[in-house]
Design a protein around this ligand. Sequence first.
Ligand code: IDC
Length: 389
Amino acid sequence: MHPFSHSSVRYRAAVLLTASLLAVGCGGTISRAADSSSASDPTDASASEQLTVSEPASPQYGPATSGTNAATGSGSASACLSAESGTPAAVHGALSVRGTDLIDQSGNPFQLKGISTHGLAWFPQYVNEDAFRTLRDRWGANAVRLAMYTGEYGGYLTGGDRSALENLIDQGVQAAEHLGMYVIIDWHILSDGNPNQHTGEAADFFRRMSARYANHPNVLYEICNEPNGGTTWDEIRQYADQIIPVIRENSPGAVIICGTPTWSQDVDQPAGNPLSNPENVMYALHFYAATHKDGIRDKLIRARAAGTPVIVSEFSICDASGNGGIDYESAEAWKRLLNENNISYFSWNLSNKAETSALLVPGCQKTADWDDSDLTETGRWVRRLMLGQ
Ligand code: IDC
Protein backbone atom coordinates (compact mmCIF):
# COMPACT_ATOMS: atom_id res chain seq x y z
CA MET A 1 0.00 0.00 0.00
CA HIS A 2 1.20 3.46 -0.75
CA PRO A 3 2.33 4.93 2.56
CA PHE A 4 0.42 8.12 1.98
CA SER A 5 -2.80 6.82 0.61
CA HIS A 6 -4.60 6.81 3.90
CA SER A 7 -5.77 9.54 6.12
CA SER A 8 -4.18 8.99 9.46
CA VAL A 9 -3.81 10.37 12.91
CA ARG A 10 -0.11 10.52 12.22
CA TYR A 11 -0.76 12.94 9.39
CA ARG A 12 -2.96 15.17 11.46
CA ALA A 13 -0.40 15.24 14.24
CA ALA A 14 2.32 15.96 11.73
CA VAL A 15 0.32 18.73 10.16
CA LEU A 16 -0.35 20.34 13.52
CA LEU A 17 3.28 20.05 14.48
CA THR A 18 4.29 21.35 11.10
CA ALA A 19 1.97 24.29 11.38
CA SER A 20 3.65 25.46 14.52
CA LEU A 21 7.15 24.81 13.23
CA LEU A 22 6.48 26.38 9.88
CA ALA A 23 5.45 29.58 11.58
CA VAL A 24 8.96 30.01 12.88
CA GLY A 25 11.15 28.01 10.56
CA CYS A 26 9.69 27.83 7.09
CA GLY A 27 7.31 30.72 6.73
CA GLY A 28 6.88 32.22 3.31
CA THR A 29 8.13 35.66 2.61
CA ILE A 30 5.10 37.14 1.00
CA SER A 31 1.69 37.32 2.51
CA ARG A 32 -1.28 36.35 0.47
CA ALA A 33 -3.24 39.07 -1.17
CA ALA A 34 -6.87 39.39 -0.27
CA ASP A 35 -7.82 39.05 -3.89
CA SER A 36 -7.08 36.44 -6.47
CA SER A 37 -6.68 36.40 -10.19
CA SER A 38 -9.93 35.82 -11.90
CA ALA A 39 -9.46 35.73 -15.62
CA SER A 40 -11.57 33.11 -17.30
CA ASP A 41 -10.33 30.70 -19.87
CA PRO A 42 -11.78 32.23 -23.03
CA THR A 43 -11.54 28.96 -24.87
CA ASP A 44 -14.54 27.53 -23.12
CA ALA A 45 -17.63 29.56 -22.53
CA SER A 46 -19.25 27.14 -20.12
CA ALA A 47 -16.12 27.05 -18.01
CA SER A 48 -15.90 30.81 -17.99
CA GLU A 49 -19.37 31.06 -16.61
CA GLN A 50 -18.43 28.83 -13.71
CA LEU A 51 -15.34 30.76 -12.95
CA THR A 52 -16.50 33.57 -10.82
CA VAL A 53 -13.76 33.48 -8.29
CA SER A 54 -14.85 34.08 -4.79
CA GLU A 55 -12.65 35.73 -2.27
CA PRO A 56 -10.31 33.18 -0.75
CA ALA A 57 -10.60 32.18 2.86
CA SER A 58 -8.57 34.14 5.31
CA PRO A 59 -4.89 33.32 5.15
CA GLN A 60 -3.84 30.27 7.09
CA TYR A 61 -0.19 31.10 6.92
CA GLY A 62 1.06 34.48 7.84
CA PRO A 63 4.21 36.01 6.52
CA ALA A 64 7.48 34.95 8.04
CA THR A 65 7.85 35.79 11.66
CA SER A 66 10.68 35.32 14.09
CA GLY A 67 13.34 32.80 13.24
CA THR A 68 13.11 33.38 9.54
CA ASN A 69 14.88 35.95 7.50
CA ALA A 70 11.91 37.78 6.16
CA ALA A 71 13.87 39.27 3.31
CA THR A 72 15.02 36.02 1.84
CA GLY A 73 12.71 33.50 3.42
CA SER A 74 15.67 31.59 4.65
CA GLY A 75 14.64 29.16 7.28
CA SER A 76 16.48 25.92 7.80
CA ALA A 77 15.74 23.47 5.03
CA SER A 78 16.18 20.52 7.30
CA ALA A 79 13.86 22.08 9.86
CA CYS A 80 11.23 22.47 7.14
CA LEU A 81 11.36 18.86 6.21
CA SER A 82 11.96 17.20 9.54
CA ALA A 83 8.90 18.92 10.91
CA GLU A 84 6.61 16.99 8.64
CA SER A 85 7.10 13.54 10.01
CA GLY A 86 5.50 10.83 7.96
CA THR A 87 4.69 12.98 4.97
CA PRO A 88 6.29 12.37 1.57
CA ALA A 89 8.75 15.25 1.81
CA ALA A 90 9.68 14.40 5.40
CA VAL A 91 10.45 10.82 4.45
CA HIS A 92 12.17 11.50 1.13
CA GLY A 93 13.72 14.94 1.69
CA ALA A 94 15.54 16.85 -0.98
CA LEU A 95 15.42 15.15 -4.37
CA SER A 96 18.18 14.98 -6.92
CA VAL A 97 18.99 13.28 -10.21
CA ARG A 98 21.41 10.37 -10.57
CA GLY A 99 21.84 8.89 -14.01
CA THR A 100 18.33 8.53 -15.42
CA ASP A 101 16.70 8.40 -12.00
CA LEU A 102 15.15 10.88 -9.66
CA ILE A 103 16.41 9.90 -6.22
CA ASP A 104 15.49 10.85 -2.68
CA GLN A 105 17.71 12.01 0.16
CA SER A 106 18.68 8.40 0.94
CA GLY A 107 19.74 7.77 -2.63
CA ASN A 108 16.75 5.57 -3.44
CA PRO A 109 14.88 5.99 -6.72
CA PHE A 110 11.80 8.08 -6.13
CA GLN A 111 8.66 8.49 -8.20
CA LEU A 112 6.71 11.73 -8.03
CA LYS A 113 3.00 11.09 -8.47
CA GLY A 114 1.39 14.41 -9.03
CA ILE A 115 -1.58 16.38 -10.23
CA SER A 116 -1.23 19.51 -12.31
CA THR A 117 -3.49 22.48 -11.83
CA HIS A 118 -5.17 23.96 -14.89
CA GLY A 119 -4.10 27.54 -15.62
CA LEU A 120 -3.69 29.29 -12.28
CA ALA A 121 -5.41 32.40 -13.56
CA TRP A 122 -8.43 30.48 -14.72
CA PHE A 123 -8.96 27.98 -11.91
CA PRO A 124 -7.40 29.53 -8.80
CA GLN A 125 -9.98 27.95 -6.52
CA TYR A 126 -8.18 24.61 -6.53
CA VAL A 127 -4.99 26.06 -5.10
CA ASN A 128 -5.89 25.34 -1.52
CA GLU A 129 -4.58 23.10 1.19
CA ASP A 130 -7.73 21.00 1.51
CA ALA A 131 -7.56 20.19 -2.19
CA PHE A 132 -3.94 19.12 -1.96
CA ARG A 133 -4.64 17.14 1.21
CA THR A 134 -7.45 15.32 -0.60
CA LEU A 135 -5.05 14.48 -3.41
CA ARG A 136 -2.46 13.26 -0.93
CA ASP A 137 -4.68 11.28 1.40
CA ARG A 138 -7.32 9.93 -0.96
CA TRP A 139 -5.45 9.74 -4.24
CA GLY A 140 -1.92 8.86 -3.15
CA ALA A 141 -0.41 11.98 -4.68
CA ASN A 142 2.90 13.21 -3.32
CA ALA A 143 3.20 16.27 -5.55
CA VAL A 144 1.36 19.04 -7.35
CA ARG A 145 2.27 21.20 -10.31
CA LEU A 146 1.32 24.86 -10.46
CA ALA A 147 0.76 25.70 -14.13
CA MET A 148 1.20 29.39 -14.82
CA TYR A 149 0.44 30.18 -18.46
CA THR A 150 2.68 32.88 -19.86
CA GLY A 151 1.19 33.59 -23.31
CA GLU A 152 -2.50 32.76 -23.11
CA TYR A 153 -5.28 35.12 -22.08
CA GLY A 154 -4.65 36.31 -18.54
CA GLY A 155 -1.14 34.86 -18.71
CA TYR A 156 1.90 36.21 -16.93
CA LEU A 157 3.21 37.92 -20.07
CA THR A 158 -0.14 38.76 -21.62
CA GLY A 159 -1.78 41.15 -19.23
CA GLY A 160 -2.29 38.75 -16.33
CA ASP A 161 -2.14 40.08 -12.80
CA ARG A 162 1.42 39.16 -11.95
CA SER A 163 1.18 39.74 -8.26
CA ALA A 164 -2.03 37.72 -8.01
CA LEU A 165 -0.39 34.89 -9.96
CA GLU A 166 2.67 34.97 -7.74
CA ASN A 167 0.46 34.99 -4.68
CA LEU A 168 -1.27 31.87 -5.98
CA ILE A 169 2.10 30.25 -6.46
CA ASP A 170 3.06 31.15 -2.93
CA GLN A 171 -0.23 29.83 -1.63
CA GLY A 172 0.35 26.58 -3.53
CA VAL A 173 3.94 26.20 -2.40
CA GLN A 174 3.03 26.84 1.22
CA ALA A 175 0.10 24.44 1.13
CA ALA A 176 2.30 21.76 -0.42
CA GLU A 177 5.04 22.37 2.09
CA HIS A 178 2.60 22.26 4.95
CA LEU A 179 1.42 18.87 3.72
CA GLY A 180 4.90 17.55 3.00
CA MET A 181 4.26 17.41 -0.76
CA TYR A 182 6.57 18.32 -3.62
CA VAL A 183 5.56 21.14 -5.91
CA ILE A 184 6.55 22.23 -9.42
CA ILE A 185 6.51 25.90 -10.39
CA ASP A 186 5.71 25.69 -14.10
CA TRP A 187 6.47 28.49 -16.60
CA HIS A 188 3.71 27.29 -18.87
CA ILE A 189 4.66 28.43 -22.36
CA LEU A 190 2.29 27.18 -25.05
CA SER A 191 1.14 29.63 -27.75
CA ASP A 192 4.43 31.43 -27.11
CA GLY A 193 6.20 28.43 -28.56
CA ASN A 194 9.84 29.53 -28.36
CA PRO A 195 11.01 30.23 -24.80
CA ASN A 196 13.72 32.56 -26.11
CA GLN A 197 11.00 35.10 -26.88
CA HIS A 198 10.91 35.93 -23.19
CA THR A 199 14.23 34.91 -21.70
CA GLY A 200 14.53 38.18 -19.77
CA GLU A 201 11.13 37.85 -18.12
CA ALA A 202 11.72 34.18 -17.39
CA ALA A 203 15.09 34.94 -15.81
CA ASP A 204 13.55 37.62 -13.66
CA PHE A 205 10.71 35.32 -12.61
CA PHE A 206 12.96 32.39 -11.76
CA ARG A 207 15.48 34.63 -10.00
CA ARG A 208 12.79 35.78 -7.62
CA MET A 209 11.14 32.38 -7.22
CA SER A 210 14.40 30.60 -6.52
CA ALA A 211 15.36 33.27 -3.97
CA ARG A 212 12.01 33.02 -2.27
CA TYR A 213 12.11 29.23 -2.12
CA ALA A 214 15.84 28.77 -1.76
CA ASN A 215 15.46 26.78 1.44
CA HIS A 216 12.40 24.85 0.39
CA PRO A 217 13.69 21.56 -0.97
CA ASN A 218 10.19 20.44 -1.94
CA VAL A 219 10.14 22.99 -4.80
CA LEU A 220 11.03 22.00 -8.38
CA TYR A 221 11.27 24.43 -11.27
CA GLU A 222 9.90 23.74 -14.77
CA ILE A 223 11.44 26.36 -17.01
CA CYS A 224 9.45 25.95 -20.26
CA ASN A 225 6.37 23.76 -20.41
CA GLU A 226 6.15 22.93 -24.11
CA PRO A 227 8.36 24.50 -26.75
CA ASN A 228 6.69 24.14 -30.14
CA GLY A 229 6.27 25.81 -33.51
CA GLY A 230 9.52 24.46 -34.83
CA THR A 231 11.61 25.45 -31.81
CA THR A 232 14.68 23.24 -31.90
CA TRP A 233 16.50 21.56 -29.04
CA ASP A 234 19.46 23.78 -29.76
CA GLU A 235 17.29 26.85 -29.13
CA ILE A 236 15.85 25.35 -25.96
CA ARG A 237 19.37 24.51 -24.82
CA GLN A 238 20.43 28.12 -25.29
CA TYR A 239 17.46 29.27 -23.21
CA ALA A 240 18.09 26.69 -20.50
CA ASP A 241 21.76 27.59 -20.34
CA GLN A 242 20.68 31.10 -19.37
CA ILE A 243 17.88 30.24 -16.94
CA ILE A 244 19.44 27.32 -15.07
CA PRO A 245 22.38 29.34 -13.66
CA VAL A 246 19.92 31.98 -12.44
CA ILE A 247 18.09 29.34 -10.40
CA ARG A 248 21.32 27.67 -9.29
CA GLU A 249 22.62 30.92 -7.86
CA ASN A 250 19.89 30.84 -5.22
CA SER A 251 18.92 27.23 -5.08
CA PRO A 252 21.95 25.17 -6.08
CA GLY A 253 20.45 21.74 -5.55
CA ALA A 254 16.90 22.14 -6.84
CA VAL A 255 15.62 19.76 -9.46
CA ILE A 256 14.95 21.66 -12.68
CA ILE A 257 12.70 20.38 -15.47
CA CYS A 258 13.53 21.38 -19.01
CA GLY A 259 11.00 21.15 -21.84
CA THR A 260 11.88 19.48 -25.13
CA PRO A 261 10.91 20.17 -28.76
CA THR A 262 7.48 19.42 -30.26
CA TRP A 263 5.39 20.11 -27.16
CA SER A 264 7.87 18.25 -24.97
CA GLN A 265 7.93 15.02 -26.89
CA ASP A 266 11.47 14.91 -28.26
CA VAL A 267 13.30 13.67 -25.18
CA ASP A 268 15.64 11.76 -27.46
CA GLN A 269 17.36 15.01 -28.48
CA PRO A 270 19.20 16.33 -25.39
CA ALA A 271 21.58 13.34 -25.30
CA GLY A 272 23.45 14.43 -28.41
CA ASN A 273 23.65 18.09 -27.47
CA PRO A 274 23.81 18.41 -23.69
CA LEU A 275 23.20 21.42 -21.50
CA SER A 276 26.21 23.22 -20.08
CA ASN A 277 25.07 22.39 -16.54
CA PRO A 278 22.98 19.25 -16.67
CA GLU A 279 23.27 18.38 -12.97
CA ASN A 280 19.89 17.78 -11.36
CA VAL A 281 18.03 18.50 -14.57
CA MET A 282 15.26 16.26 -15.87
CA TYR A 283 13.77 16.48 -19.35
CA ALA A 284 10.03 16.75 -19.89
CA LEU A 285 8.08 14.25 -21.89
CA HIS A 286 4.38 15.08 -22.18
CA PHE A 287 1.90 12.60 -23.56
CA TYR A 288 -1.81 12.49 -24.33
CA ALA A 289 -2.49 8.79 -24.66
CA ALA A 290 -5.02 8.96 -27.50
CA THR A 291 -2.55 10.91 -29.65
CA HIS A 292 0.88 9.83 -28.46
CA LYS A 293 1.52 6.13 -28.65
CA ASP A 294 4.36 3.76 -29.53
CA GLY A 295 6.37 6.43 -31.37
CA ILE A 296 6.63 8.61 -28.25
CA ARG A 297 7.00 5.64 -25.92
CA ASP A 298 9.98 4.60 -28.06
CA LYS A 299 11.49 8.06 -27.68
CA LEU A 300 11.25 7.69 -23.92
CA ILE A 301 12.95 4.31 -24.02
CA ARG A 302 15.69 5.58 -26.34
CA ALA A 303 16.26 8.68 -24.22
CA ARG A 304 16.72 6.64 -21.07
CA ALA A 305 19.00 4.21 -22.86
CA ALA A 306 21.13 7.21 -23.83
CA GLY A 307 21.28 8.28 -20.18
CA THR A 308 18.69 11.08 -20.26
CA PRO A 309 16.56 11.47 -17.11
CA VAL A 310 12.93 11.87 -18.16
CA ILE A 311 9.98 13.19 -16.19
CA VAL A 312 6.38 13.18 -17.40
CA SER A 313 5.45 16.56 -15.96
CA GLU A 314 2.14 16.53 -17.85
CA PHE A 315 -0.06 13.84 -19.35
CA SER A 316 -3.62 12.79 -19.90
CA ILE A 317 -5.34 9.82 -21.43
CA CYS A 318 -7.44 11.64 -24.04
CA ASP A 319 -6.12 13.36 -27.17
CA ALA A 320 -3.69 16.25 -27.34
CA SER A 321 -6.46 18.85 -27.36
CA GLY A 322 -7.16 17.86 -23.76
CA ASN A 323 -10.52 16.62 -24.98
CA GLY A 324 -11.97 13.84 -27.12
CA GLY A 325 -12.21 10.17 -26.23
CA ILE A 326 -10.05 8.27 -23.76
CA ASP A 327 -7.75 5.64 -25.24
CA TYR A 328 -7.61 3.08 -22.45
CA GLU A 329 -5.32 0.71 -24.31
CA SER A 330 -2.69 3.35 -24.88
CA ALA A 331 -3.21 4.65 -21.34
CA GLU A 332 -2.45 1.18 -19.96
CA ALA A 333 0.66 0.91 -22.10
CA TRP A 334 1.86 4.24 -20.70
CA LYS A 335 1.02 3.15 -17.18
CA ARG A 336 3.16 0.03 -17.53
CA LEU A 337 6.06 1.99 -18.98
CA LEU A 338 5.95 4.64 -16.25
CA ASN A 339 5.74 2.18 -13.40
CA GLU A 340 8.30 -0.28 -14.76
CA ASN A 341 10.82 2.55 -15.00
CA ASN A 342 9.77 4.48 -11.91
CA ILE A 343 9.09 7.56 -13.99
CA SER A 344 7.47 10.52 -12.26
CA TYR A 345 4.20 11.84 -13.68
CA PHE A 346 1.71 14.69 -13.30
CA SER A 347 -1.85 14.44 -14.51
CA TRP A 348 -3.41 17.35 -16.40
CA ASN A 349 -5.73 18.87 -15.01
CA LEU A 350 -7.36 19.71 -11.70
CA SER A 351 -10.50 21.51 -12.80
CA ASN A 352 -14.18 21.04 -13.56
CA LYS A 353 -13.86 22.38 -17.08
CA ALA A 354 -16.03 20.53 -19.61
CA GLU A 355 -13.13 18.67 -21.27
CA THR A 356 -11.99 15.08 -21.04
CA SER A 357 -8.70 15.81 -19.32
CA ALA A 358 -10.41 17.60 -16.41
CA LEU A 359 -10.39 15.43 -13.32
CA LEU A 360 -13.68 16.79 -11.93
CA VAL A 361 -17.10 16.66 -13.55
CA PRO A 362 -18.42 20.00 -14.84
CA GLY A 363 -21.19 20.14 -12.25
CA CYS A 364 -18.83 19.70 -9.32
CA GLN A 365 -18.44 22.87 -7.33
CA LYS A 366 -16.38 21.39 -4.51
CA THR A 367 -12.83 22.64 -4.27
CA ALA A 368 -11.67 19.70 -2.12
CA ASP A 369 -12.92 16.44 -0.54
CA TRP A 370 -14.15 14.99 -3.80
CA ASP A 371 -16.05 11.72 -3.85
CA ASP A 372 -16.02 9.23 -6.67
CA SER A 373 -19.15 10.82 -8.12
CA ASP A 374 -17.29 14.12 -8.45
CA LEU A 375 -14.64 12.58 -10.67
CA THR A 376 -14.65 12.23 -14.43
CA GLU A 377 -13.62 8.99 -16.10
CA THR A 378 -10.15 10.50 -16.38
CA GLY A 379 -10.21 11.43 -12.70
CA ARG A 380 -11.07 7.89 -11.69
CA TRP A 381 -8.42 6.38 -13.94
CA VAL A 382 -5.76 8.73 -12.61
CA ARG A 383 -6.75 8.05 -9.02
CA ARG A 384 -6.45 4.32 -9.60
CA LEU A 385 -3.07 4.86 -11.24
CA MET A 386 -1.77 6.78 -8.26
CA LEU A 387 -3.16 4.33 -5.74
CA GLY A 388 -1.49 1.49 -7.62
CA GLN A 389 -4.81 -0.17 -8.43
C1 IDC B 1 -5.26 23.11 -22.61
C2 IDC B 1 -6.44 23.08 -21.67
C3 IDC B 1 -7.59 23.84 -22.28
C4 IDC B 1 -7.13 25.24 -22.59
C5 IDC B 1 -5.90 25.21 -23.51
C6 IDC B 1 -5.35 26.61 -23.74
O1 IDC B 1 -6.79 21.74 -21.40
O2 IDC B 1 -8.69 23.88 -21.39
O3 IDC B 1 -8.16 25.93 -23.22
O4 IDC B 1 -4.89 24.43 -22.92
O5 IDC B 1 -4.71 26.66 -24.95
C7 IDC B 1 -0.85 20.75 -23.48
C8 IDC B 1 -0.63 22.00 -22.72
C9 IDC B 1 -1.85 22.37 -21.93
C10 IDC B 1 -3.12 22.09 -22.71
C11 IDC B 1 -3.21 20.58 -22.94
C12 IDC B 1 -4.47 20.15 -23.69
O6 IDC B 1 0.51 21.93 -21.88
O7 IDC B 1 -1.77 23.73 -21.60
O8 IDC B 1 -4.19 22.52 -21.94
N1 IDC B 1 -2.03 20.14 -23.64
O9 IDC B 1 -4.49 20.74 -24.97
N2 IDC B 1 0.06 20.07 -24.17
C13 IDC B 1 -0.53 19.05 -24.79
C14 IDC B 1 -1.88 19.07 -24.47
